[in-house]
Write a protein that binds this ligand. Structure first.
Ligand code: DHB
Ligand code: MG
Length: 222
């Protein structure tokens, strides 16, 4: 089973089930032209996130790690007209690209991008009483995922969903010799989940355009 075949299958899914929304294509092109790393979600992954938001009936969404706003746009497309999405981004240059992409997609009215270290921005959101969010998507620096999750929990309510990206990292998640800070962060994240009362979670391994990785889906207890 080759990685080329993984890509072919993602392309097949993209062609038949996802299509090529012009604003999303433009967002990827603008992100590439601005030199952003090509680490956005694949189209099938992004649509899964979009569908989770719709299944949840999400009206308020929190995203940690904006990059060029590709997943941000997919998530905002799941919101009702009076919905709101707050996305946190460390790099001012990425945030600018994402804002332009959101504008081009006609979704700027739903999307608020806050620049700064996410740990600080999350504490500010808690202080502001900005929660609860119906859905939080964690896709920022990997070592901090456990801390982002803990703060996201404070911004959740019973029934909220929290999704985290890149939790398997080529299997490094379970490699006892791995020194990769991201992989170690994801192991800590799973250990944290295992001892967090009132949260029900699973992790799904994925292959495709983004290689071998996975995501965690967590439901905050009802
Ligand atoms: C990286 C980050 C991501 O969010 C991702 O989906 C893939 C790779 C990275 O930092 O390498
Ligand atoms: Mg990611």
């Amino acid at each position: 089973m080759s990685e080329r075949r993984w890509d072919e299958v993602d392309d097949f899914i993209g062609d038949l089930l996802i299509g090529d929304d012009r604003a999303l294509q433009a967002a990827l092109k603008a992100s590439d032209a601005a030199g952003l790393p090509a680490i956005a979600l694949s189209p099938p992954q992004a649509k899964l996130l979009h569908l989770i938001a719709r299944i949840r009936g999400a009206r308020r969404i929190l995203e940690i790690g904006t990059l060029g706003g590709y997943s941000t746009i997919w998530l905002a497309m799941a919101l009702p007209d009076d919905g709101h999405l707050i996305s946190l981004e460390l790099e001012p240059r990425y945030a600018e690209v994402a804002r332009a992409n959101a504008e081009r997609a006609g979704l700027a009215g739903l999307i608020e991008i806050r620049v700064g270290a996410a740990l600080e921005s999350l504490r500010e959101l808690i202080d502001e009483g900005a929660g609860p969010f119906d859905l939080t998507f964690i896709d920022a620096d990997k070592p901090s995922t456990p801390e982002y999750f803990q703060l996201a929990l404070e911004l959740s309510r019973p029934g909220s969903v929290i999704v985290a990206d890149n939790v398997v990292r080529d299997g490094a998640l379970v490699d006892p010799d791995s020194q990769d800070p991201g992989a170690l962060g994801m192991r800590r994240f799973h250990e944290l989940l295992s001892r967090t009362a009132g949260v029900s979670a699973t992790t799904i391994q994925t292959v495709g355009l983004k290689g071998y990785d996975g995501f965690t889906l967590a439901l905050v207890g009802l």
